[in-house]
Design a protein around this ligand. Structure first.
Ligand code: SF4
Length: 464
């Protein structure tokens, strides 16, 4: 059992100190932080798509130093992850944090399903790590969502991550205590035993400005928050950044979080300041801590951490509902019924389909009949039956199991469309199919399968 697992199992509040591999430094290994057990974590490709890999960076540290390695699925296939797992085992890495990751800086749209940049979903990575065995598996979760459908979609996917085998959960970076409380309550309400840790960071005005300027995916900085930080900077109160971070850590502890993931606090002088504040305020109870927190953030209504909802989310239109019911009927008749399965197997078993010309014609026919209706990109492993007939390939990251953490008020991280997972969550509610989005673990599509006919693959998979 890893040290981290033992902290989580014994209920010892712990601090994961996160380092960026792009800094190319060897940081002092911390076993303790402000009196709490500490573990180092190495983040994956935060600054650029070409940062040193966490596995490579981990070699600079003693073998017995407890580490959590991040693995972001961006630009990766399931085979890349399986290779990573094998290497992590050899390097005796026991703790993983698996995430889909934000948009690749060098994302390729590509002209077809093979050329496009791919993202391995966290759900699929968790499933593979669980199957490999021997890892303490963490997964990321973003509770800071303020449109109903995007919040629903996040929680539906969290169910899947847990079902896939996640041992612990780390939230996205965020400052809304109400959203953190909600995430904790969710686990309790569903009797999930998984521990949850909150990602925290000393938030200065300069950092907030950087995040707003670069639209860092999934992080909410409201105008109110930015003004508080700007006023503070103006008044020369820079140390309040660390006091606030200390308060958030102590609040999370009081709320029953298993620990925190401390990011962007790698300099010894920053860590000392933060530790000093944690020790100074650790005697306070939750009420007193929250009072101080609210004072520092100048909270009055409680809505100051929430972005302004600038539109009304509508229920699915009648044409969306008709399309769903129509496709559902067709799917049942052509792919799920006993007769269809038997007939399909019989047809596609013929050696005729091995001919290149026949395979090409079949692929083209499938593409033409589905692209205009659902946006099919010939992934070769049709998942429409598990995604309420909304093709996962219409998500720029190609995610099938649910959204990444990067949406903002139902808008996709890529900014050019509504998030398809919000659309799906809304539709699921209307047709009473949320169970599908909550429970059905959709396997990853291997690169080798892309660009082949899913029809043939479907019927012949039945055979295998
Ligand atoms: S999921 Fe189905 S509709 Fe979407 S790309 Fe794959 S085969 Fe086409």
């Amino acid at each position: 059992m890893s040290l981290l697992s033992s902290y989580l199992q014994s209920g010892q509040f712990c601090i994961l100190v996160e380092y960026l591999t792009s800094l190319n430094e060897v940081f002092p290994v911390r076993n303790q932080f402000a009196g709490y057990p500490a573990v180092m974590t190495l983040a994956d490709r935060v600054h650029s798509d070409h940062d040193v890999s966490p596995l490579e960076a981990s070699k600079k540290y003693p073998k017995d130093a407890e580490k959590v390695l991040h693995f972001a699925g961006k630009g990766r296939d399931i085979q890349d992850f399986e290779r990573f797992l094998a290497q992590a085992k050899i390097a005796n890495i026991q703790n993983l944090l698996l995430l889909t990751g934000d948009k690749l800086k060098e994302h390729q749209n590509g002209n077809n399903a093979v050329e496009r940049s791919r993202y391995l979903e966290s759900v699929n990575a968790v499933m593979a790590a669980k199957k490999a065995g021997g890892f303490c598996i963490g997964t990321a979760f973003n509770p800071f969502k303020y449109a109903e459908a995007e919040r629903d979609a996040q929680y539906l996917k969290l169910h899947k991550k847990i079902k896939a085998g996640a041992d612990f959960i780390i939230t996205q970076l965020g400052y809304d205590i109400a959203a953190l409380k909600q995430a904790r309550a969710f686990l309790k309400q569903h009797h999930y035993a998984q521990n949850i840790l909150a990602c925290v960071m000393p938030l200065s005005w300069a950092r907030a400005k950087f995040m707003l300027k670069h639209k860092v995916a999934g992080i909410v900085i409201t105008p109110h928050m930015f003004k508080v930080l700007a006023d503070e900077k103006e008044a020369g109160l820079s140390e309040q950044v660390y006091l606030r971070c200390a308060l958030q850590i102590l609040i999370c502890k009081q709320l029953g979080f298993a620990g925190v993931d401390l990011s962007a606090c790698h300099k010894p002088e920053e860590q000392m300041l933060l530790e000093r504040y944690i020790e100074q305020y650790s005697h306070l109870d939750l009420d007193a801590l929250e009072r101080l927190w609210n004072q520092l953030w100048k909270i009055q209504s409680g809505h100051e951490f929430q972005p302004e909802l600038n539109y009304f989310s509508r229920p699915p239109s009648s044409s969306q509902l008709i399309k769903y019911h129509h496709l559902h009927l067709m799917h049942d008749a052509l792919f799920d019924s006993k007769v269809a399965r038997g007939l399909g197997r019989f047809i596609f078993k013929a050696s005729f389909w091995e001919r290149a010309s026949a395979a090409k014609t079949l692929l083209k026919t499938e593409y033409i009949s589905k692209h205009g209706v659902v946006g099919c990109e010939s992934c070769g492993q049709c998942r429409l039956g598990d995604t309420l007939y909304i093709c996962p390939e219409t998500c720029p990251k190609g995610l099938a199991n649910g959204p990444c953490g990067g949406t903002s008020l139902d808008r996709c991280e890529f900014g050019d469309r509504e998030c398809i997972h919000s659309v799906k969550a809304r539709l699921a509610k209307a047709v009473q199919q949320t169970q599908v989005l909550k429970e059905k673990l959709i396997p990853a599509v291997p690169i080798a399968v892309r660009g082949s006919s899913s029809w043939k693959n479907w019927y012949l998979a039945e055979e295998a």
